[in-house]
Design a protein around this ligand. Structure first.
Ligand code: FNR
Length: 193
Protein backbone atom coordinates (compact mmCIF):
# COMPACT_ATOMS: atom_id res chain seq x y z
CA UNK A 1 0.00 0.00 0.00
CA UNK A 2 0.97 3.68 -0.02
CA UNK A 3 3.34 5.15 2.57
CA UNK A 4 1.53 6.33 5.69
CA UNK A 5 2.84 9.56 7.16
CA UNK A 6 1.76 11.35 10.35
CA UNK A 7 2.25 15.14 10.24
CA UNK A 8 1.65 17.52 13.13
CA UNK A 9 2.55 20.98 14.36
CA UNK A 10 3.82 21.13 17.93
CA UNK A 11 2.15 24.38 19.05
CA UNK A 12 -1.27 24.56 20.70
CA UNK A 13 -2.42 27.97 19.44
CA UNK A 14 -4.95 28.08 16.60
CA UNK A 15 -3.04 30.54 14.39
CA UNK A 16 0.27 28.66 14.76
CA UNK A 17 2.75 29.14 11.91
CA UNK A 18 3.98 25.62 12.64
CA UNK A 19 0.45 24.28 12.12
CA UNK A 20 0.44 26.08 8.74
CA UNK A 21 3.81 24.60 7.79
CA UNK A 22 2.56 21.15 8.86
CA UNK A 23 -0.54 21.59 6.68
CA UNK A 24 1.58 22.65 3.70
CA UNK A 25 3.90 19.66 4.06
CA UNK A 26 0.91 17.35 4.50
CA UNK A 27 -0.36 18.62 1.13
CA UNK A 28 3.05 18.11 -0.52
CA UNK A 29 3.24 14.55 0.84
CA UNK A 30 -0.33 13.83 -0.20
CA UNK A 31 0.51 15.03 -3.75
CA UNK A 32 3.02 12.15 -4.03
CA UNK A 33 0.25 9.60 -3.44
CA UNK A 34 1.15 8.84 0.17
CA UNK A 35 -1.55 8.56 2.84
CA UNK A 36 -1.23 11.51 5.21
CA UNK A 37 -2.72 12.00 8.62
CA UNK A 38 -2.55 15.69 9.55
CA UNK A 39 -2.90 15.99 13.32
CA UNK A 40 -2.80 18.92 15.74
CA UNK A 41 -1.07 19.06 19.10
CA UNK A 42 -4.54 19.61 20.62
CA UNK A 43 -5.43 16.05 19.55
CA UNK A 44 -2.74 14.87 21.96
CA UNK A 45 -3.72 16.93 24.99
CA UNK A 46 -2.29 15.30 28.13
CA UNK A 47 -1.29 16.18 31.69
CA UNK A 48 2.33 16.66 32.75
CA UNK A 49 4.21 13.38 33.12
CA UNK A 50 3.69 11.98 36.60
CA UNK A 51 5.10 8.59 37.60
CA UNK A 52 2.38 8.11 40.23
CA UNK A 53 -0.35 8.71 37.65
CA UNK A 54 1.36 6.28 35.29
CA UNK A 55 1.53 3.63 38.06
CA UNK A 56 -2.15 3.96 39.00
CA UNK A 57 -3.93 4.96 35.78
CA UNK A 58 -1.47 4.13 33.00
CA UNK A 59 -1.05 6.48 30.07
CA UNK A 60 -3.46 9.40 29.52
CA UNK A 61 -5.76 9.41 26.47
CA UNK A 62 -3.73 12.03 24.57
CA UNK A 63 -0.54 9.98 24.86
CA UNK A 64 -2.35 6.84 23.73
CA UNK A 65 -3.78 8.77 20.77
CA UNK A 66 -0.27 9.83 19.73
CA UNK A 67 0.98 6.26 20.26
CA UNK A 68 -1.82 4.98 18.00
CA UNK A 69 -1.05 7.52 15.30
CA UNK A 70 2.66 6.65 15.38
CA UNK A 71 1.96 2.92 15.21
CA UNK A 72 -0.27 3.44 12.17
CA UNK A 73 2.44 5.40 10.32
CA UNK A 74 5.62 4.49 8.47
CA UNK A 75 7.09 7.91 9.24
CA UNK A 76 6.25 11.16 10.96
CA UNK A 77 6.86 14.87 10.46
CA UNK A 78 6.90 17.44 13.28
CA UNK A 79 6.83 21.18 12.77
CA UNK A 80 7.89 22.67 16.07
CA UNK A 81 8.37 26.17 17.41
CA UNK A 82 11.60 26.97 19.23
CA UNK A 83 11.07 28.06 22.83
CA UNK A 84 14.14 29.58 24.44
CA UNK A 85 16.42 27.85 21.95
CA UNK A 86 14.95 24.44 22.77
CA UNK A 87 11.95 22.07 22.51
CA UNK A 88 8.55 23.39 23.71
CA UNK A 89 7.59 21.72 26.99
CA UNK A 90 4.30 20.49 25.51
CA UNK A 91 6.16 18.48 22.86
CA UNK A 92 8.83 17.14 25.23
CA UNK A 93 6.10 16.09 27.66
CA UNK A 94 4.30 14.19 24.88
CA UNK A 95 7.54 12.45 23.86
CA UNK A 96 8.21 11.49 27.50
CA UNK A 97 4.74 9.96 28.01
CA UNK A 98 4.77 8.04 24.71
CA UNK A 99 8.31 6.76 25.35
CA UNK A 100 6.86 4.70 28.24
CA UNK A 101 4.87 2.44 25.89
CA UNK A 102 6.21 -0.98 24.91
CA UNK A 103 7.02 -1.71 22.17
CA UNK A 104 8.45 1.80 22.13
CA UNK A 105 6.70 3.62 19.22
CA UNK A 106 9.50 6.03 18.25
CA UNK A 107 12.00 3.24 17.66
CA UNK A 108 13.16 2.76 14.02
CA UNK A 109 10.59 5.29 12.73
CA UNK A 110 11.81 7.84 10.17
CA UNK A 111 11.15 11.46 11.04
CA UNK A 112 11.51 14.82 9.34
CA UNK A 113 11.80 17.97 11.45
CA UNK A 114 10.50 21.40 10.49
CA UNK A 115 10.30 24.66 12.37
CA UNK A 116 8.79 28.10 11.85
CA UNK A 117 9.61 31.24 13.76
CA UNK A 118 9.28 34.99 13.26
CA UNK A 119 13.04 35.20 13.89
CA UNK A 120 15.81 35.24 11.30
CA UNK A 121 16.96 31.64 11.89
CA UNK A 122 13.48 30.13 11.85
CA UNK A 123 13.71 28.18 15.09
CA UNK A 124 16.49 25.91 13.87
CA UNK A 125 18.18 25.66 17.29
CA UNK A 126 15.04 24.09 18.70
CA UNK A 127 15.27 21.31 16.10
CA UNK A 128 18.80 20.44 17.16
CA UNK A 129 17.44 20.09 20.69
CA UNK A 130 14.51 17.99 19.41
CA UNK A 131 16.89 15.58 17.67
CA UNK A 132 18.33 14.54 21.02
CA UNK A 133 15.34 12.80 22.67
CA UNK A 134 14.16 11.39 19.32
CA UNK A 135 17.52 9.91 18.39
CA UNK A 136 17.86 8.62 21.94
CA UNK A 137 14.60 6.73 21.37
CA UNK A 138 15.88 5.24 18.11
CA UNK A 139 14.07 7.47 15.63
CA UNK A 140 15.94 7.96 12.35
CA UNK A 141 15.88 11.73 12.08
CA UNK A 142 16.34 12.94 8.49
CA UNK A 143 19.56 14.98 8.36
CA UNK A 144 18.06 17.80 6.27
CA UNK A 145 15.83 19.92 8.48
CA UNK A 146 13.71 22.81 7.20
CA UNK A 147 13.44 26.02 9.22
CA UNK A 148 11.15 28.81 8.08
CA UNK A 149 12.22 32.32 9.11
CA UNK A 150 9.97 35.42 9.20
CA UNK A 151 7.05 33.03 9.65
CA UNK A 152 4.37 35.73 10.02
CA UNK A 153 5.08 37.00 6.46
CA UNK A 154 6.10 33.70 4.88
CA UNK A 155 2.72 32.25 3.83
CA UNK A 156 0.60 33.19 0.83
CA UNK A 157 -3.22 33.10 0.98
CA UNK A 158 -3.30 29.60 -0.51
CA UNK A 159 -1.04 28.22 2.24
CA UNK A 160 2.10 27.92 0.09
CA UNK A 161 5.28 29.91 0.76
CA UNK A 162 5.52 33.41 -0.72
CA UNK A 163 9.17 32.85 -1.70
CA UNK A 164 9.18 30.44 -4.70
CA UNK A 165 12.79 29.41 -3.99
CA UNK A 166 11.88 28.39 -0.45
CA UNK A 167 8.76 26.58 -1.64
CA UNK A 168 10.92 24.62 -4.07
CA UNK A 169 13.47 23.78 -1.40
CA UNK A 170 10.70 22.56 0.90
CA UNK A 171 9.28 20.39 -1.90
CA UNK A 172 12.73 18.90 -2.56
CA UNK A 173 13.37 18.24 1.13
CA UNK A 174 10.03 16.44 1.44
CA UNK A 175 10.70 14.40 -1.68
CA UNK A 176 14.19 13.40 -0.48
CA UNK A 177 12.74 12.32 2.85
CA UNK A 178 9.99 10.26 1.22
CA UNK A 179 12.49 8.47 -1.05
CA UNK A 180 14.45 7.43 2.01
CA UNK A 181 11.34 6.26 3.86
CA UNK A 182 10.20 4.26 0.84
CA UNK A 183 13.59 2.55 0.49
CA UNK A 184 13.60 1.83 4.22
CA UNK A 185 10.08 0.36 4.26
CA UNK A 186 10.90 -1.80 1.20
CA UNK A 187 14.09 -3.05 2.92
CA UNK A 188 12.19 -3.98 6.09
CA UNK A 189 9.57 -5.85 3.99
CA UNK A 190 12.32 -7.82 2.20
CA UNK A 191 13.91 -8.75 5.53
CA UNK A 192 10.59 -10.05 6.87
CA UNK A 193 10.10 -12.46 3.94
C1 FNR B 1 9.30 32.03 21.84
N1 FNR B 1 9.71 32.38 20.56
C2 FNR B 1 11.02 32.13 20.16
N2 FNR B 1 11.39 32.27 18.84
C3 FNR B 1 12.64 31.97 18.45
O1 FNR B 1 12.95 32.07 17.29
N3 FNR B 1 13.58 31.55 19.36
C4 FNR B 1 13.29 31.37 20.67
O2 FNR B 1 14.14 30.97 21.44
C5 FNR B 1 11.96 31.67 21.11
N4 FNR B 1 11.60 31.49 22.41
C6 FNR B 1 10.27 31.58 22.77
C7 FNR B 1 9.87 31.21 24.05
C8 FNR B 1 8.53 31.22 24.40
C9 FNR B 1 8.13 30.78 25.76
C10 FNR B 1 7.56 31.65 23.46
C11 FNR B 1 6.09 31.66 23.81
C12 FNR B 1 7.95 32.06 22.21
C13 FNR B 1 8.76 32.96 19.60
C14 FNR B 1 8.09 31.89 18.79
O3 FNR B 1 8.94 31.51 17.72
C15 FNR B 1 6.78 32.44 18.21
O4 FNR B 1 5.88 32.66 19.29
C16 FNR B 1 6.20 31.50 17.19
O5 FNR B 1 5.13 32.16 16.52
C17 FNR B 1 5.71 30.21 17.82
O6 FNR B 1 5.29 29.29 16.84
P1 FNR B 1 3.77 29.21 16.36
O7 FNR B 1 2.87 29.28 17.57
O8 FNR B 1 3.53 30.37 15.43
O9 FNR B 1 3.69 27.89 15.66
Amino acid sequence: GPLRVLVFGAALRADSANARLAALVARLISDTGAAVHLAAMRDFDMPLYDGDMEATEGLPHGALALRDQLEQSDAFVISSPEYNASVPGVLKNAIDWVSRVRPQPFKTKNAMLLSASPSLVGGNRGLWALRMPLEHLGTRVYPDMFSLAHSYQAFAEDGTLVDPGLQQRLTETVSGFLSLVEADVRYVCLQRR
